[in-house]
Design a protein around this ligand. Structure first.
Ligand code: HEC
Ligand code: HEC
Ligand code: HEC
Ligand code: HEC
Length: 274
C-alpha cells in the first residue's frame, strides 16, 4: 500500500510536472507574441491578425514602414512611404480650444508625419517607395500590383469609421508638434519654464542634443521613456511632443502601443504635473 501510494503520487507528480512544462511553454509563446510587432495591428502583411491586413501580396512586416535602401529622410528612420501632401488643421489653430496653450505648435512634421502617412486616411497603406523584391523601387511611391486587403477601404486606405483614421483635422487630437514645457528649453540649455510639466532629460547623442522625459528610470533614453523630438521652433531647437512621444509603433506590451501603461493615467502624468 505504502509503495503503491508512492507510485501514485509519483505519477501525479509527473502529470503535474508536465502540466507545468506545458504551462511554461504556453506562457513563453504568449510572451513572445506580445513582444513582437508581428502579433500587433501593425503587421499589415498576410500573416497579420488585426482587422486590417493583406490577404494577398507579401508576408513582410517592416516593409510598409521601412526600407533598407532609398528611404525618405527627415521623419522616421529609413521611411518607406511618401509623406502626405495633406494640409492639416492643427490643435489650437482655431483659437478656442487652445486658450490655455503655452507652447508653440508647429506644422506637422517629424515622426508624426510618418504616422499620418497612413493614419490621416489619404494614402494607401501599401503605397511604398521600395516594394518587396528585386526592382520594387519607385521614387514617387506606388502600390504593387496584385495586393488585396481585408479591413481597408477598396483602394487600400485606412478604414474611414473609427478613431484610427485621424483625418486631416487634428484639432480634436492631443497637440503634436508642440513645444514641451511651453518653450524655454532649448538645445543650449535652460530648464522647463512651465511648472505644470515634469523636467526634461537630455543627452548629446551623435553630436546632437536629444530630449526625453525619464519614465523608465534608467537615466538614459529608453523605449519606455517619453521621447521628445528635436524641432526648430522660433526660439531655436526645442523638444517637441509627437505621436512617437506616447506611442512606440512596434511595442504592444501596453494596449494601443503606449510607451507607458495608462493605468491611473500614468502616461498623462509622466509629463503633466496635475
Ligand atoms: C507601422 C509602421 C512601422 C512598422 C511596420 C515598423 N516600424 Fe520601425 N519605426 C516606425 C516609426 C514611425 C519609427 C520612429 C519611431 C520613434 O521615433 O521612436 C520606427 C523606428 C524604428 C527603429 C529605430 C527606433 C527604435 O525604436 O529602435 C528601428 C530600429 C525600427 N523601427 C525597426 C523596425 C523593424 C525591424 C520593423 C519590422 C520588424 C519595423 N521597424 C516595423 C514605424 C514602423
Ligand atoms: C510627452 C508628454 C505628454 C504626455 C504623455 C501627455 N501630454 Fe498633454 N500636453 C503635453 C504638452 C507639452 C502640451 C502643450 C501644453 C502647453 O504648451 O500649454 C500638452 C497639452 C495638453 C492639453 C491641452 C492643454 C491646453 O492648454 O490646451 C491637454 C488637455 C492634455 N495635454 C491632456 C493630456 C492627457 C489627458 C494626456 C494623457 C492621455 C496627456 N496630455 C499626455 C505633453 C504631454
Ligand atoms: C503603414 C501604415 C501605418 C503607419 C505608418 C502607422 N500605422 Fe498605426 N495602424 C495602421 C493600421 C492599418 C492600424 C489598424 C487600424 C484599424 O484596425 O482600424 C493601425 C493601428 C494603430 C493603433 C491602434 C492600436 C489599437 O490597439 O487599436 C495605434 C495606436 C497606432 N496605429 C499608432 C500609430 C503611430 C503612433 C504611428 C507612427 C509612430 C503609426 N501608427 C504608423 C497602420 C499604420
Ligand atoms: C500625448 C500622448 C499622445 C500623443 C502625442 C498621441 N497619442 Fe495616440 N493615443 C494616446 C492614448 C493615451 C491613447 C489611448 C486612448 C484610449 O485608450 O482610448 C491613444 C490612442 C491612439 C489610437 C487608437 C485609438 C483607439 O481607440 O483605437 C491611435 C490610432 C492613435 N492614438 C494614433 C496616434 C497618432 C497617429 C498620433 C500622432 C498624430 C498620436 N496618436 C499622438 C496618446 C497619444
Amino acid at each position: 500500500m505504502e509503495r503503491l501510494s508512492k507510485l501514485d503520487s509519483l505519477g501525479g507528480w509527473i502529470a503535474a510536472a508536465s502540466i507545468v512544462v506545458f504551462a511554461t511553454m504556453a506562457s513563453d509563446a504568449a510572451l513572445a507574441q506580445a513582444t513582437s510587432i508581428r502579433d500587433t495591428k501593425h503587421n499589415l502583411g498576410t500573416t497579420g491578425t488585426g482587422s486590417v491586413h493583406l490577404t494577398a501580396g507579401t508576408d513582410e512586416v517592416c516593409v510598409f514602414c521601412h526600407t533598407p535602401h532609398g528611404g525618405q529622410i527627415g521623419t522616421a528612420p529609413l521611411w518607406n512611404k511618401n509623406l502626405p501632401a495633406t494640409t492639416y488643421q492643427t490643435y489650437g489653430s482655431t483659437g478656442g480650444e487652445s486658450a490655455t496653450l503655452d507652447g508653440q505648435v508647429m506644422v506637422v512634421g517629424s515622426v508624426s508625419q510618418a504616422c499620418l502617412s497612413c493614419h490621416d486616411g489619404t494614402q494607401a497603406l501599401d503605397n511604398m517607395v521600395n516594394a518587396p523584391g528585386s526592382g520594387g523601387f519607385n521614387a514617387s511611391g506606388a502600390r504593387p500590383a496584385g495586393y488585396t486587403w481585408t479591413g481597408a477601404l477598396a483602394d487600400g486606405l485606412m478604414p474611414a469609421a473609427g478613431i484610427t483614421n485621424l483625418s486631416a483635422d487634428l484639432r480634436n487630437d492631443h497637440p503634436i508638434g508642440v513645444e514641451y514645457c511651453g518653450g524655454g528649453i532649448t538645445e543650449a540649455g535652460g530648464t522647463c519654464r512651465d511648472p505644470d510639466f515634469k523636467a526634461v532629460s537630455r543627452s548629446t547623442i551623435n553630436g546632437l542634443v536629444q530630449f526625453w522625459v525619464d519614465t523608465a528610470g534608467a537615466g538614459t533614453r529608453e523605449k519606455a521613456d517619453m521621447i521628445l523630438y528635436r524641432r526648430t521652433f522660433a526660439a531655436g531647437v526645442s523638444p517637441s511632443v509627437e505621436c512617437g512621444s506616447c506611442h512606440d509603433p512596434h511595442n504592444y506590451s501596453n494596449a494601443t502601443f503606449l510607451r507607458v501603461a495608462n493605468s491611473t493615467s500614468n502616461l498623462c502624468l509622466s509629463c503633466h504635473v496635475k
